[in-house]
Design a protein around this ligand. Structure first.
Ligand code: SIN
Ligand code: MN
Length: 314
């Protein structure tokens, strides 16, 4: 029997030729006024501002010399880093579970590669802004459905450019399912005889918000409460993947930085919050520059920063 990780596509650097399945992930129905490079289509009668999606990778122009040299010097250590097995998970509070180093090196590389390919296409990474004009301190791309920071609503198209969000890749969803199962089994151990679905329900993601934080990136304390009333009432969890640089993550019952608890999220960690923790206030006050695993940067081409994917069920 093959393990779920066997289903993961092979490790490739992110600027190489676009695999066919990437094309299938785009909901291409010619409804956008933009070509894949972000330019306006010739002949389009609708005039919209030029928009070029943000590239989270070095796009092949990166000078790998220094990283290669570093890795040659640290070769043994890097291999240990790559082979590090997933070892621990902890229940932070009812419904909130942290799985340390749950996503393998190859899976992280693949996630970066896929996010990069999707991110430079239709519906790709942009810097979102709130209605008052303030910009979020991150780049964002939505998969499945678009979340609009101007209205705090989900939709099938991105309002500012009319693009349709790419679909969530199947192997991302499978990893989400595996993470929830692991978190549920930890929950059972922690709370003994209970119906684990009452504490941490299962969910099938149809939304993924992908955020990329550069070294000054941050996200203020907030609740995730724009999904459907049913999803929120059931406490269907948010599942968050962290890749690249580490970051501080705050969480608590109030919008108060002083009273919030703090945990560090590192590359490969998965954080899940559902059940009675579904409305927890949370935020990212800071990213730690140059803290990403060197081997990840080398194999994926990820630019300095932190990639975060949050999966939800509408
Ligand atoms: C979010 O709350 O939407 C993102 C959290 C994170 O970046 O870890
Ligand atoms: Mn959030």
């Amino acid at each position: 029997m093959s393990t779920p990780r066997d289903e993961w596509p092979q490790n490739r650097q992110c600027w190489r030729k676009k695999p066919d399945y990437i094309n299938k992930l785009y909901n291409r129905n010619n409804d956008s006024n933009y070509d894949v490079a972000g330019g306006q289509k010739l002949g389009s009668s609708v005039c919209k501002p030029k928009f070029r999606p943000y590239d989270i990778c070095f796009n092949g122009k990166r000078n790998h010399g220094s990283i290669g040299a570093t890795l040659r010097g640290e070769n043994k250590e890097s291999r240990i880093e790559i082979q590090k097995e997933w070892t621990k998970g902890s229940v932070l509070r009812p419904g909130m579970v942290l799985l340390k180093n749950f996503i393998s090196h190859d899976e992280q590389v693949e996630i970066v590669k896929v996010c990069r390919e999707l991110g430079v296409g239709l519906g790709g990474f942009y810097q979102p802004g709130y209605e008052n004009g303030a910009k979020l301190r991150l780049k964002m791309m939505c998969l499945g459905m678009d979340w609009d920071p101007q209205t705090y609503k989900y939709g099938n198209k991105r309002v500012f450019d009319g693009s349709t969000p790419p679909s969530i890749p199947n192997h991302f969803s499978k990893l989400v399912t595996r993470a929830i199962q692991e978190a549920q089994s930890l929950t059972e151990k922690e709370y003994g005889a209970c119906n684990v679905e009452d504490v941490l329900p299962s969910m099938t993601p149809d939304i993924c918000i992908v955020n990329f934080y550069t070294e000054n990136g941050k996200l203020g304390l907030h609740q995730d409460r724009d999904e459907s009333r049913e999803s929120l009432q059931k406490g269907l969890p948010v599942v968050s993947f962290s890749i690249g640089d580490s970051a501080d993550f705050l969480y608590g019952d109030k919008r108060s930085v002083e009273e919030a608890k703090r945990v560090m999220l590192e590359s490969g960690d998965v954080l899940i919050f559902g059940g009675e923790s579904r409305h927890v206030f949370h935020g990212v006050p800071s990213v730690f520059p140059n803290s990403a695993p060197k081997e990840l940067l080398k194999d994926s081409g990820l630019s300095p920063g932190r990639l975060n994917l949050t999966f939800r069920q509408y």
